[in-house]
Design a binder for this molecule. Sequence first.
Ligand code: MLT
Ligand code: MN
Ligand code: ZN
Length: 355
Amino acid sequence: MHHDLANPASNRCPFRLRNHHVYREPLTGKLRLAPALAGASRRPRPVLEPHVKIRILGSAAGGGFPQWNCNCANCDGVRKGTIDAVPRTQSSIAISENSIDWVLVNASPDILAQIRANPVLQPARAIRDSGICAVLLMDAQIDHVTGLLMLRERASPLPLYATRQVLAELSQSLPLTRVLGHYCGIEAHALGIDGAALTIPPLVTTTFMPVPLASKAPPYSARRDDPHPGDNIGLAICSTASGRRLFYAPGLGQLTPPVEAAMRDADVLLVDGTCWSDDEMITLGLSHKSARMMGHLAQSGPGGMIEVLDRMPAARKILIHINNSNPILREDAPERAVLAAHGIEVAADGMELAL
Ligand code: MLT
Ligand code: MN
Ligand code: ZN
């Protein structure tokens, strides 16, 4: 799918990058000239259509759908083909400007299946090659980081972007970066949470702005009960060419002022769709934890995600990181009709967005 977005409040991306030309009028052809270059140079250099593409590789929460050991009505039903639902892998997205070089946001345990399902991630330019040019991590949760181990056959160190807290977690409590040091190695880049946006090479017209989330370090962390800003981030992803912006937060428990602001600024919201109701996992006998206790804002009820999304101007509002217990996984569920009435979509693996 390829969607053009029409949020009247768009074209307000505040970032200007010093080292390349920024232009933002509507695009028509596949190849076009950057206006300033066309005027300034005798041999104008064609530039590729600068749409930022976002590919949803995985749309399920930790465990995936169906979860290997789960026999809830959803997991059992999708396994047997008796419900109107499609399987989903664990949450991860990839971002590209040219459909060749992709920044992976979160490395899911399902990464190898996701690469197989998305041949565009294998541009085949050399005998050993990958379209994954860098990985950005939003937290150190198992479902977002363990796929890193599957990238160990790389021929060069893997560019890895994460906050200092997440990088510390991955060199201490769950020392994946130390382990990978014996394979491809890691080129670590610390993400700041001061509101500055960064670019990730070789992408040039996409900026990534981390937004600190009020949440916790993972259950395995030595600092689980000592939360720090930077344990979890949301991401404002902006196309400097179109000025359009997406806010991505697969885990969102609390609407702090920075999160509220980033959500208001977004043309596309891709946010926490873990649970429909706060006590869903408890009621189904799957867990003793509420959604809130796990750092997830449920969709229904007062102060829930539906209410939050109702007050946002975004042109598209999409739920991702959907837990296998969530009734919205069934296309024909009444809860899906409720979402539709609020203009809210449910992400599926393979969905593509453009900014
Ligand atoms: C979460 O987001 O709460 C995690 O997916 C939990 C997990 O990794 O199982
Ligand atoms: Mn998760
Ligand atoms: Zn289940």
